[in-house]
Design a protein around this ligand. Structure first.
Ligand SMILES: NC(=O)c1ccc[n+]([C@@H]2O[C@H](COP(=O)([O-])OP(=O)(O)OC[C@H]3O[C@@H](n4cnc5c(N)ncnc54)[C@H](O)[C@@H]3O)[C@@H](O)[C@H]2O)c1
Length: 276
């Protein structure tokens, strides 16, 4: 059911690759709620993914940009304002990639060129986006910027590797820029810390299926799906959350506050039964 929460609002959505992407679901919901927006991804992702299909469904223009490239992001912001007919009200940063994870290099044997690439793509790109948006005054007063994060920013999770460091930096950038943008323009900057979700990026995490089973058993409300995440993003883009900023908002069915659950204990005890 749509509520018209984003009626008349303009936005930019980064990171939809295919119909499993969290950004894809956000775009569908934002369209349902009355928003108009541009869609963007790297030229390679545009070739390999299916973004054109989403653009047709939502009546959006696709603008290629590598989020680590300052000129690309600058062009994207200016072109988006031109296409949409004014400043934007919301931006979704839904971008993450680690070459170390891709190449299977563990945390105690990282390649540092790859590590810098991880940080650039997954965290610094958020700073570049915010800095350039401010430079070009591209976001309306009381606008909302959201980036997607993961609990590995606060806690060590096997296999998440240098992406944990990137997420910690991403969340810190949201706080640091949230102060400046809030003070000067009343613009909110938040991160959403999402449950593990099966997507192209999610599938790169070692043992993702077991992790998803574990977090499902640990979370009183169960894992949050990509559709649930999209709903949460819409609330943050809407005028109903105008005083929420500089937050890392856990969207994980309660996982981040749990130590041990009955369902996880039940499963864990089974392994002892097998040893008897
Ligand atoms: N899937 C999960 O389990 C999970 C959990 C918590 C947070 N997240 C975060 O959600 C966000 C979206 O990931 P997803 O799970 O939907 O996977 P996804 O693979 O669908 O999306 C990742 C996107 O990042 C884009 N990207 C990579 N390098 C880029 C660059 N240089 N410039 C612009 N775009 C670039 C990719 O093309 C892709 O569209 C990421 O920040 C991810 O870390 C995912």
């Amino acid at each position: 059911m749509a509520y018209g929460l984003l009626k008349g609002k303009r936005g930019i959505i980064f990171g939809a690759l295919n119909d499993m992407s969290i950004a894809w679901k956000v775009a569908l919901k934002a369209h349902e709620e009355g928003a108009r927006f541009t869609l963007t991804n790297t030229p390679v992702a545009l070739r390999l993914g299916t973004l054109k299909e989403l653009a047709e469904k939502t009546g959006s223009e696709v603008l290629p940009a590598d989020a680590t490239n300052v000129q690309d992001v600058e062009d994207l912001l200016l072109k988006s304002m031109e296409v949409l007919g004014g400043k934007v009200d919301f931006i979704l940063h839904s971008i993450g990639m680690s070459p170390n994870v891709r190449k299977g290099l563990p945390y105690d044997r990282l390649n540092y060129d790859f590590f810098l690439k991880t940080l650039d793509i997954s965290a610094l790109s958020f700073h570049k986006l915010l800095m350039l948006a401010r430079k070009h005054d591209a976001i309306e007063d009381w606008g909302s910027v959201v980036a997607l994060s993961y609990v590995a920013a606060q806690r060590t999770l096997f296999g998440y590797n240098d992406m944990g460091d990137a997420k910690a930096l991403l969340e810190s950038i949201a706080r640091s820029f949230g102060y400046i943008y809030g003070r000067d323009k009343k613009i909110r900057v938040n991160t959403i810390s999402q449950s593990p979700t099966i997507t192209t990026a999610g599938s790169g995490v070692k043992g993702i299926d077991t992790l998803i089973d574990f977090t499902e058993r640990m979370s009183p409300l169960g894992n949050a799906t990509a559709d649930d995440c999209a709903n949460y993003c819409i609330t943050l883009f809407s005028d109903l959350t105008r005083k929420v900023t500089m937050q890392n908002l856990f969207h994980d069915g309660g996982f981040s506050s749990m130590g041990m659950s009955m369902r996880a204990i039940d499963q864990y005890s089974k392994s002892f039964d097998e040893c008897d």
